[in-house]
Ligand binder design. Structure first.
Ligand code: NDP
Length: 453
């Protein structure tokens, strides 16, 4: 089947030059699909592979805004509406200076399969901007969000495209963007998820990605008759996903020893308990500080400042049982993956999107490490966003316990679905193939049903 997948990949590279993250995400999915194409000749007849790698729509726009010094600034905004076969486009908005078209397309592509895995009626999309929120005043953030939404509002809607948060976009930014949407459209519509719980947001949405990641990891360990209790865990990042991953791990009796940000990483061999986690939450969410300040508060901790010349990340070179990359794409290179394997890590679950390079993923699988790929393991966030949409549609708010029950069920179902597909087409423990194949088949069948659109 290589003769079918390779020309598709070659075309993606030729038509999207320089978009290395997008190439990587497509390559990983096509590599898994190679194992099923024999069984589904109709996929080839309907040219599903050629269609699924092409976004339905890409919107790119100018965002002018005025900073606190009165200077006009200009940023670039994106929304990639990748696939709407299963429902309205759904996926987060990222505010980070590294944002470009390649990163937007890789995230949108991944989102299609992730959303499919949740079993909900959600299409896939992603958006964002190269605006850097670091060091900006609240007023600058508000002015930027208003300008961003002024253009984005033409393209989204509660039945069309429903963005959410991602890196650099939390409750504050969602609030400012929602206010501007409401003002422009004169509608109190469920057009964004991650809203405040007093004005349309779902309970547990902030926690959902991290909690879901831990539920999925517990499901993976259960297949080997193990639990998270007593396990030593490495976490990277210190934002939304990292914080709630840590919170749930502590609740289940695991020992969390690290956090990081884009400047450096810290290790606390005594373990990060609830009090230390509260310090990190306040540091990051209220003071918007650097993780280096952890060492000022807890001097026994180690801190390592990243250097552009580093070939590996010392965070991943520690004795531990489990690793949860929760910062950004490609944060685990092959050398890091080798260190994790050598140090005896038996589970890696991706909170961030595509944090492990492709060779690293292969190394984990070869070494029998339980590896939870992002599209399955971090799907809890979008799943609860889907539940927020359902609550908005019926104008009611579910209790926290009901949302948590649903999140548990969805993560369990994703786990079962991945293993079932993996067993049928690959190897039962290969969650990468399981997630790619089952996520893809649901979208592909819907595309076939809906004709050549
Ligand atoms: P946040 O903005 O809350 O936190 C991001 C964290 O990652 C920060 O600690 C940030 O450090 C760090 N980080 C960002 N870029 C880099 C970089 N280039 N190098 C090193 N560290 C970096 O974002 P989230 O926690 O929401 O998102 C984290 C990951 O999880 C992303 O990959 C996102 O796509 C994914 N994800 C998020 C979901 C959600 O519901 N929020 C859902 C599913 C996936 P610093 O403070 O220095 O910028």
């Amino acid at each position: 089947m290589e003769h079918i997948v390779k020309p598709v990949m070659d075309t993606v590279i030729a038509k999207n030059p320089g978009e290395k993250e997008f190439h990587q995400a497509v390559h990983e999915v096509l590599h898994s699909l190679d194992k099923v194409l024999d069984s589904y000749p109709n996929l080839l007849y309907h040219r599903i592979l050629e269609r699924i790698v092409e976004p339905e729509r890409v919107i790119m726009f100018r965002i002018p805004w005025i900073d606190d010094q009165g200077t006009l600034q200009v940023n670039r905004g994106f929304r990639v509406e990748m696939n709407s076969s299963l429902g309205p486009y759904k996926g987060g908005l990222r505010f980070h200076p590294s944002v470009n078209l390649s990163i937007m397309k890789f995230l949108a592509f991944e989102q299609v399969f992730k959303n499919s895995l949740t079993g909900l009626t959600l299409g896939g999309g992603k958006g964002g901007t190269d605006f850097d929120p670091k060091g900006k005043s609240d007023l600058e953030i508000m002015k930027f969000c208003q300008s961003f939404m002024t253009e984005l509002s033409r393209h989204i809607g509660e039945n069309t495209d429903i963005p959410a948060g991602d890196i650099g976009v939390g409750a504050r930014e969602i609030g400012f963007m929602y206010g501007q949407y409401k003002r422009i459209k004169n509608q109190f519509a469920g057009v964004l998820t991650g809203k405040g719980s007093e004005w349309g947001g779902s309970f547990l949405r902030p926690e959902a990605t991290g909690f879901g990641l831990v539920y999925f990891s517990a499901n993976m360990l259960e297949t080997r008759s193990e639990t998270l209790e007593g396990k030593t865990c490495l976490i990277s990042g210190s934002g939304n996903v990292a914080q709630f991953t840590a919170e749930k791990l502590l609740e289940l009796g695991a020992k969390v020893i690290s956090f990081s940000d884009s400047t450096g990483c810290m290790i606390d061999h005594d373990g990060i308990d609830h009090e230390k986690l509260s310090f990190v939450k306040e540091l990051k969410n209220v003071h918007r500080g650097r993780i280096a300040e952890y060492k000022e508060r807890y001097p026994h901790a180690e801190y390592y400042r990243y250097n552009p010349r580093d070939t590996s990340n010392p965070l991943w070179n520690r004795k531990a049982d489990c690793a949860f990359p929760c910062a950004t794409q490609n944060e685990i290179n092959l050398e890091d993956a080798g260190h994790l394997v050598e140090n005896g890590v038996t589970l890696v679950a991706e909170g961030a999107n595509m944090p492990t390079c492709e060779e690293g993923v292969e190394l984990f699988i070869e070494n029998n490490v339980l590896f939870g790929p992002a599209k399955a393991a971090n799907a809890g966030g979008v799943a609860v966003s889907g539940l927020e949409m359902a609550q908005n549609g019926s104008r009611i708010q579910w209790k926290r316990s009901k949302v948590d029950d649903e999140l548990h069920k969805i993560m369990k179902k994703i786990h079962t679905t991945c293993r079932r597909s993996a067993k049928e087409y690959s190897d039962e423990d290969n969650y990468v193939d399981g997630a790619n194949i089952s996520g893809f088949l649901r979208v592909a069948n819907a595309m076939i049903d809906q004709g050549y659109v």
